[in-house]
Design a protein. Structure first.
Length: 528
C-alpha cells in the first residue's frame, strides 16, 4: 500500500545518488513537527486508554471526512475494544481483492448493497477507496541530495501509514498490519516498515514489532537491491540504521530485544569512520557495547573481496585473507574519520589498557592490504589524526604495505606536502632505506610522483589546471630532495629519470633532476 510520504523514490533523478538514511529521517521529523496533536476525544471513556494512544488530528480527519466519528475510529483501530467490528472485516476483505497499484474496479449494484449492510461497513468501503486512491497521486518532492535538490512540502495529504508512523500509534499500525501489511513490507523508499519506523523514531511501533514478530538475526530494513548497505554487505541492519541517524535511544531499544545477538561488526566499523565521538561513547556507556579491546567479545571481521581483487591477490598486493579483529579494523576506520579529526582516534586509543605491547599491536596493526592506521590517515588527509598517531614513540613511521608503499609514499602520491611535513617532523625516513623494520622492500617515494602524475590524467587538464598540477609536483619533489631522497635508487626496470622522460608534461622536473641533482647535460625528452 504505497503512501504519500513513504513513496519517495530512493534515487535522485538529477544526480542518481541514493538518499542517505539521515535525509529521510530529517524529512520524517520535519513532517511530524507540522502535525498538531489532538486531545483525547470527548467520548474517551469508550476507548481503552491503555491501548489507544492519542492520535493526530490529521489522522482522525481522514476518517472524519468519511463520516466516521473519533469514537468509531478508536473502535475500528483497536481490536481489543468490544463493539461493531464488521468495519475492519469489510475493509480487510475489500483491500485483499484490490490490486496494489490500481484503483478499485467498478462495483455492481448488488455488491454495493451488500457492502452497505451497515453504516460502518459502508464507511469502511469508502475509506478503502480513499486509501487506494492515494496510489495514483503524484509523490512529493524529494529531500535534499548531494546535488542540492531541495525538498519542498507536498500539497498531497499524508496517508494512513504516514500518520501512523509519525504519531507512533500502535493501534493504527496494528490495523494496517491486519490489512495485509507487515514490518517487512518494502516501501518505494527502499526501506521496509520496520526501517521507516526506526527513521521516524516511532519507539512504540518498533517495540510492538519486536514483541509481536520474529525478527531474523540478519535482519534487513529494506530491499537489498535498492537500499545502500555498507561496502561488501548485502543487508542494512536495524542497529546500523538507528546508529546512522544518531538515535542511540532507538539503538538501545533494539538491543534490549536482541540481547543474545552480537552487534554486527559493520555497525562498529561504520561508527568508527562516520559517527561522532559522543555517538560511540553513548554506544559504550548507554547501550553497553564493547567498543574496543581484544577479548572474547571482540568479533573477527572477514574481508569481502571482489572479482577485481583476484588480480591483486595473485600479484601479492593482498597481505592476508584471514579474518582480523574488529577492534583493529575500527582503528583503521577511525584514522579515516575526517569529521572528528583526531577525536575518534583519541577516544578509541584511550580505551586501550596501559600496556606498551598492546599499544604497539594496535598502532602498527595492518589490515588485509598491509596498510597501517597511519597510512589510512595520510591517504584521506586526516592531518590531525596523522599528527596524533606520530606522537607515540612505538609507531612505525616507515612501515610499508603489501605494495611496498610507506606513509611517505602515499603522501607523495597525493602531492600532499602538509602530510609529508608531518611525517618528516615526526622523524620519518626519506625513503632511501632498502627495507622497512619488517624486512619488506621499500619503494622509493620519488617514484610516487610519477604514479601520482599518471593517476591525475593530465591530458584532461586545461592550461591553468596543468600549471597548478606541475607546481604541486615540483613542491613535492623539492621537499623530498631537501630531505636527501636519492633519485639514483632504481625500482623496477626503469630508472627514475627514464620514468620522468616518458612523461612530456614533467619537463620542468626533468630539468631540475638533470641540472641540480645529476649534473647531466643534454637530457633528451620524449616527443609529445
Amino acid at each position: 500500500m504505497p503512501t504519500q510520504l513513504t513513496r519517495l523514490v530512493p534515487v535522485c533523478s538529477r544526480c542518481n545518488n541514493t538518499y542517505k538514511p539521515r535525509a529521510l529521517a530529517e524529512l520524517l521529523n520535519a513532517r511530524r513537527q507540522l502535525l498538531q496533536h489532538s486531545r483525547k476525544p470527548t467520548d474517551k471513556a469508550n476507548a481503552d486508554p491503555g491501548t489507544s494512544p492519542e492520535l493526530a488530528r490529521d489522522f482522525l480527519d481522514i476518517f472524519n471526512r468519511k463520516g466516521i466519528s473519533d469514537r468509531e475510529v478508536y473502535q475500528i483501530l483497536d481490536p481489543t475494544i468490544k463493539g461493531k467490528g464488521d468495519g475492519l472485516i469489510a475493509l480487510t476483505e475489500w483491500l485483499e481483492d484490490l490490486a496494489s497499484t490500481s484503483p478499485p474496479a467498478s462495483v455492481t449494484q448488488e455488491e454495493q448493497s451488500s457492502l452497505h449492510g451497515s453504516s460502518i461497513r459502508g464507511r469502511a468501503r469508502s475509506l478503502a477507496e480513499d486509501v487506494v486512491a492515494s496510489t495514483v497521486l503524484p509523490p512529493p518532492s524529494r529531500p535534499a541530495c548531494k546535488c542540492r535538490a531541495a525538498y519542498t512540502e507536498a500539497s498531497a495529504p499524508l496517508s494512513c501509514l504516514d500518520l501512523a508512523l509519525l504519531t507512533d500509534a500502535v493501534p493504527a499500525i496494528k490495523f494496517l498490519f491486519r490489512l495485509g501489511l507487515s514490518p517487512f513490507t518494502v516501501l518505494p523508499t527502499s526501506f521496509n516498515i520496520l526501517g521507516t519506523a526506526i527513521l521516524a523514531s516511532a519507539t512504540a511501533i518498533v517495540t510492538h514489532i519486536y514483541e509481536s514478530y520474529t525478527i531474523p538475526v540478519e535482519a534487513n530494513v529494506g530491499d537489498e537491491d535498492t537500499t545502500t548497505p555498507p561496502p561488501g554487505q548485502k543487508r542494512l541492519h536495524p542497529l546500523l540504521l538507528a546508529l546512522s541517524v544518531n538515535n542511540i535511544a532507538m539503538f538501545s531499544l533494539i538491543r534490549r530485544y536482541t540481547p543474545k545477538q552480537e552487534v554486527p561488526p559493520t555497525v562498529l566499523l561504520w561508527a568508527a569512520e562516520h559517527a561522532e565521538v559522543r555517538t560511540v561513547r553513548a554506544l559504550r556507556e548507554e547501550a553497553g557495547v564493547v567498543v574496543l579491546g581484544k577479548s572474547d567479545e571482540d568479533r573477527m571481521v572477514t574481508a569481502v573481496f571482489s572479482e577485481e581483487d583476484v588480480a591483486d591477490l595473485e600479484a601479492g598486493w593482498i597481505e592476508t585473507t584471514e579474518p582480523i579483529h574488529t577492534s583493529i579494523i575500527m582503528l583503521h576506520h577511525a584514522a579515516a574519520n575526517l569529521a572528528t579529526d583526531d577525536g575518534m582516534l583519541r577516544y578509541l586509543i584511550g580505551l586501550l589498557p596501559a600496556d606498551r605491547r598492546v599499544y604497539d599491536g594496535f598502532l602498527n596493526a595492518r589490515c588485509w592490504y598491509g596498510i597501517t592506521p597511519l597510512m589510512e590517515a595520510v591517504c584521506v588527509g586526516n592531518y590531525a589524526g596523522a599528527a596524533y598517531l606520530c606522537t607515540f614513540p612505538d609507531l612505525d613511521l616507515d612501515a610499508v604495505n603489501a605494495r611496498h608503499m610507506s606513509a611517505l609514499y602515499v603522501a607523495t602520491r597525493h602531492f600532499d606536502v602538509r602530510a609529508m611535513e608531518i611525517l618528516f617532523d615526526a622523524g620519518c625516513g626519506n625513503g632511501n632505506a632498502r627495507a622497512d623494520n619488517d624486512g619488506r622492500p621499500v619503494k622509493p617515494p620519488l617514484y610516487a610522483i610519477i604514479e601520482g602524475h599518471r593517476r591525475a590524467r593530465v591530458h584532461r587538464f586545461d592550461p591553468a589546471e596543468l600549471e597548478r598540477h606541475i607546481a604541486r609536483v615540483m613542491d613535492t619533489a623539492r621537499l623530498l630532495l631537501l630531505k636527501k631522497a636519492d633519485p639514483r635508487i632504481q625500482w623496477g626496470e626503469l630508472t627514475l629519470l627514464e620514468e620522468v622522460k616518458a612523461e612530456p608534461a614533467l619537463e620542468k622536473l626533468a630539468r631540475m633532476l638533470e641540472h641540480e641533482v645529476l649534473g647531466q647535460k643534454n637530457f633528451a625528452l620524449s616527443p609529445v
